[in-house]
Design a protein around this ligand. Structure first.
Ligand SMILES: [Zn+2]
Length: 234
């Protein structure tokens, strides 16, 4: 799964791997608990449908491909100069965006993802709008969009969008990219999003081509919570 992030925003790493691990135990249903305690809803089952769409939106349009990166310079040597408010926001409340700091360099130089401008890219814009929705509903301004592309036709089959639910679900792992990937895998029935085989008996949604794959757009630089998940989900 290729990863595309918005250029110019910063993201704060809040949780260590140890915290995430312990949180996953706390949030999961332990064996034997169901018989004595009320069953708790699993991740993602508690959400306001007015704010969150957990299911795919069908689509049939040509995928324009991964946008060109903003800079092709050596990320190890290059530090993007601070220009005040980079990049310019094209949201209606652009003034609000000026309150957010933006990062001046890529901290994950080995990451296979590209920084692109919001303007001119439908999926990145959608991702940022989802981040705005997250800020309005849960207080966390992070969004992600996952696009499923048919490998034979090159068309977008469907897409999912989601935002950060950490405070809403009291779940430190519920970052935008994570909730988006959960929703995709749950609905598709597969966890390898780099190669989705039409012949896979587990696959629950239709596709015309023999294979398809997913790409994720993130409104901010993915943190260490989401990055390993990208690798596992391909
Ligand atoms: Zn994250």
């Amino acid at each position: 799964m290729r990863i595309i992030k918005r250029a110019g925003l910063t993201r704060v790493l809040l949780a260590s791997a140890a915290v995430l691990f312990s949180a996953s135990i706390i949030c999961g249903n332990l064996p034997g608990q169901a018989a004595t305690t009320k069953t708790k809803p699993f991740f993602g089952d508690q959400y306001n449908p007015e704010n969150t769409i957990m299911t795919a939106t069908s689509c049939d349009e040509k995928y324009e491909g991964v946008p060109q990166p903003l800079t092709k310079k050596d990320p190890l040597q290059y530090v993007q100069p601070w220009n005040g408010y980079c990049p310019p926001s094209n949201l209606k409340d652009a003034e609000l965006a000026k309150c957010l700091p933006c990062q001046t360099y890529n901290i994950k130089t080995s990451g296979i993802y590209r920084g692109i401008e919001v303007q001119g890219n439908k999926w990145m814009l959608m991702s940022c709008e989802e981040a705005k929705r997250g800020a309005e509903t849960s207080g966390c301004p992070f969004g992600a969009v996952i696009v499923q592309i048919d490998d034979e036709t090159g068309n977008v089959i469907r897409y999912w969008k989601n935002h950060n639910h950490v405070t809403e679900w009291i779940d430190p792992t519920a970052h935008a990219e994570v909730t988006a990937i959960r929703a995709v895998c749950k609905e598709l029935g597969v966890f390898n999003l780099g190669k989705i085989d039409k012949a896979d008996p587990s696959l629950k949604l239709p596709q015309t081509g023999k294979t398809s794959h997913c790409e994720i757009y993130s409104s901010a630089e993915p943190c260490q919570c989401a990055m390993p998940l990208f690798a596992v989900a391909n």
